[in-house]
Design a protein around this ligand. Structure first.
Ligand code: C5P
Length: 202
């Protein structure tokens, strides 16, 4: 299964991360949450570094920073993600991950469109913004992060607008992506659907 790539894109809190992890575990594929790359660059910019230099100097250890899940870092990530030089600096790492031995799942915003246009399977996972905000709100509460539903909804909507509106690699489904709307779907059902789609392409 060398070079077998599953590309999973979609907006924040659509369920793509959970689906990606479950699918990777099911097939024994490696998994890369590419949002972490942008979050790591965003965190460095909040620390005062220049975005392009931070992206070019990124090392795998940077992805383990505990702060990466915070809403502040998420916003910083979506700002640096609009900078073409930042995106360009992260391409090679993602592509070599995608073609590693044993298969790979990458999730993000532009995997099926830009990073891995030849991926064997492309999924685009969506859900209504209020459903996604509710999920993210519950997740943040679970981590003890203090916030309100309204704040989380505004955060999700601001990131959606920025991610879909940017000129370079905007968030959109690849022409050959299969769309999965998780608004009213148990995540386990979405995982099963993804597993069947992948099996059909193996
Ligand atoms: O997926 P996650 O919410 O962790 O991503 C954080 C931000 O990183 C997104 O809002 C988006 O702006 C950016 N991103 C991107 N391309 C990717 C993955 C994430 O632009 N492939």
């Amino acid at each position: 299964l060398s070079g077998f790539t599953v590309a999973i894109d979609g907006p924040a809190a659509s369920g793509k991360g959970t689906i990606s992890k479950a699918v990777a575990r099911h097939f024994g594929f490696a998994h890369l949450d590419t949002g972490l790359l942008y979050r790591a660059v965003g965190a460095k910019v909040l620390d005062g570094q220049a975005a392009q230099a931070a992206a070019e100097a990124l090392v795998p250890g940077d992805l383990e920073d505990d702060r990466l899940r915070s809403p502040e870092v998420a916003q910083a990530a979506s700002r640096v993600a609009a900078v073409p030089e930042v995106r360009a600096a992260l391409v090679d790492f993602q592509r070599s991950f995608a073609t590693r031995a044993g298969g790979a799942v990458l999730d993000g915003r532009d995997i099926g469109t830009v990073i891995c246009p030849d991926a064997q399977v492309k999924l685009f996972v969506t859900a209504h913004a209020d459903v996604r905000a509710r999920r993210r709100f519950d997740e943040l509460l679970g981590k003890g992060i203090e916030t309100t539903f309204e704040e989380v909804l505004a955060d999700v909507q601001a990131r959606d607008a920025r991610d879909m509106g940017r000129a370079d690699a905007p968030l959109k489904p690849a022409k050959d992506a299969v769309q999965i709307d998780t608004s009213e779907m148990e995540i386990a059902v979405a995982v099963e659907a993804a597993v069947s789609l992948i099996k059909a392409k193996m």
